[in-house]
Design a protein around this ligand. Structure first.
Ligand SMILES: Cc1cc2nc3c(=O)[nH]c(=O)nc-3n(C[C@H](O)[C@H](O)[C@H](O)COP(=O)(O)OP(=O)(O)OC[C@H]3O[C@@H](n4cnc5c(N)ncnc54)[C@H](O)[C@@H]3O)c2cc1C
Length: 505
């Protein structure tokens, strides 16, 4: 066995799934040196996630990878839930809805392609190195950093990092090594996931109550049918996803058998040429790690939490995690921020994740109802809430940040800040850049962006006016720090991040 000398870096990222790969790109873009370690020889070849929302698109912009990923993204029209009687019970449609964040609310994509694009961007960064076939088996922390020991084909090696992001997936070795327990939110249902390449539109049974203009071929359709709850999702290009709930007593191996899979797909694909790419069973559950930070080690992505995929948010949660960490780590390395800000990671992220996983579990409980009488009662109850739910989109599920580095109590604090499309077709972030941004309604002595001077058809001015705010300070991850007087906002921000040197506003 050979022992190669330790390399040093600012951040070691363990696991190069979508979450670790985005973490590396965000950190590398901000000038941090990053070593990414993954035990597999290449990215996972099959899709798991198929949906992401506008916030991920904005993060891809921040990470400088948007041009790589955009051609493989398909904007979609939202989600439709269909009841036991095949009538619509809930519609989270996005057709004709405003797009305040610059992107469509929802996109479908092919996970292996996205992961390949994120990895391909490492070389362009110059700050990121990736070691594949590197199985991390031991972490040793001291006051200044962490030694990450890994095993690879040439023997054992190591990396020394100031911090570690463990994005090593649902079965996280790091989480186990650190003895961090998972909080089980009490939802566990077995589902069969089938991916296929399909040449033509999918057949749907006759459905009633489909909103005018809604195209079933462009929606994620949840059939809440007690005979067999199922989801039908349009992927990018010819890719289609089905998810079928396993009924009590059904055996995983039997259900994955090609003849059984064909029988399940038959009503949807009769007469439609197709090729089944894979079929696998999963347990959909809700789990959240009790501790997300252990000294200099941070859990992120599936290592920190897992959700039933009913709103397609599992990977999105992980991407929000690393966006939250990336600006704070960069602030400590380059911005003179106090390292104590890193302890706001779990404070900010956990309530967010709990809120959305709670909504997915609540939907899962009604989707997975197998009793016909209770399913009929459910349908009536959800239809009864139609007026209150009118106009809802899946994007509305994401809560504001309530605690952490936000000026709680000021209007709009903790919300995601808008990203208007500018008159020349660019997006706001492309014009004003990343990092902390102070938008003001009228001139100030502080370095700031004058809202009235933006070619955004008055969108930022209108945002300020709607909150009766003189100024808004936006964090590098695009969440609103707070609104108020510019001097007060900057002073509050500096006090919270324990700034030691000047940070650009
Ligand atoms: C059926 C299904 C549908 C889903 N649909 C959606 C959806 O539509 N939208 C959405 O947002 N999410 C969805 N998800 C969730 C999403 O797939 C996951 O949240 C996401 O893949 C997790 O990414 P990750 O990077 O945290 O972990 P992973 O993708 O699991 O990556 C972990 C990486 O860590 C590596 N690793 C593990 N151990 C070690 C070690 N010891 N040393 C080095 N490397 C290691 C692994 O090789 C792997 O590459 C879905 C999940 C399923 C199962």
């Amino acid at each position: 066995m050979t022992i190669t000398p330790f390399r040093s870096c600012d951040v070691a990222v363990i696991g190069c799934g979508p979450v670790g790969a985005l973490a590396a790109n965000l950190l590398g873009r901000q000038g941090l040196s990053v070593v990414v370690l993954d035990k597999a020889p290449d990215h996972y070849p099959l899709p798991r996630a198929v949906h992401l929302d506008h916030e991920m698109m904005r993060l891809f912009q921040s990470a400088g990878v948007i041009d790589r990923v955009l051609p493989d993204m398909v904007a979609t029209d939202g989600h439709l839930h269909v009841g036991a009687d095949h009538g619509v019970i809930r519609y989270m449609g996005t057709i004709g809805r405003p797009r305040p964040f610059g992107w469509s609310n929802d996109y479908f994509f092919y996970q292996p392609e996205l992961e390949a694009h994120l990895r391909a961007a490492f070389a362009a960064s110059g700050n990121i190195s990736l070691a594949t076939g590197a199985d991390c088996f031991h972490l040793e922390s001291d006051a200044d950093g962490v030694a990450v020991h890994y095993r690879h084909a040439d023997g054992d090696a190591g990396v020394r990092a100031r911090w570690v992001i463990a994005a090593d997936g649902a079965r996280s070795d790091v989480r186990r090594q650190l003895g961090i327990a998972l909080d089980d939110l009490g939802f566990e249902e077995p589902w069969l996931v089938v991916d296929a390449e399909v040449d033509g539109p999918v057949n749907f049974p006759p459905l009633t109550g489909v909103p005018a203009g809604a195209d079933l071929q462009r929606l994620s359709v949840m059939m809440c049918d007690p005979c067999r709850p199922a989801t039908v999702v349009p992927g990018r290009r010819r890719h289609r996803r089905w998810e079928f709930m396993l009924l009590p007593g059904e055996d995983d191996a039997v259900m994955m058998h090609p003849a059984q899979v064909s029988a399940l797909l038959d009503p949807w694909l009769q007469g439609v040429p197709h090729r089944i790419v894979r079929a696998a069973t999963y347990r959909f559950h809700g789990l959240i790690a009790r501790q997300w930070q252990h000294g200099r080690v941070f859990l992120a992505g599936d290592a920190a939490h897992q959700t039933p995929p009913f709103f397609g948010q599992g990977m999105c949660h992980g991407m929000r995690d690393v966006a939250n960490l990336a600006w704070k780590l960069a602030g400590v390395v380059h911005g003179g921020a106090d390292e104590a800000i890193l302890s706001t990671y779990q404070v900010e992220r956990e309530p967010h994740v709990r809120g959305v996983i709670g909504a997915a579990i609540a939907a899962g409980r009604y989707i997975c109802e197998l009793d016909p009488a209770r399913a009929a009662a459910r349908d009536a109850a959800i239809r009864g809430e139609a007026a209150a739910r009118a106009g809802e989109t899946a994007a509305d599920l994401i809560p504001a940040i309530g605690d952490g580095i936000v000026m709680a109590g000021s209007a709009g604090s903790g919300e995601r800040f808008i990203q208007p499309v500018l008159q020349d077709g660019r997006l706001l972030d492309d014009l004003v850049g990343q990092g902390w941004r102070l938008f003001v309604g009228s001139q100030t002595s502080h370095p700031a962006i004058l809202a009235s001077a933006l070619p955004d058809d008055g969108a930022v001015s209108a945002w300020l006016a709607a909150r009766d705010a003189e100024a808004v300070l936006v964090r590098p991850d695009h969440y609103v720090f707070g609104t108020g007087r510019p001097a007060d906002l900057l002073a509050a921000r500096d006090a919270m991040i324990g700034r030691k040197r000047e940070l650009a506003a």
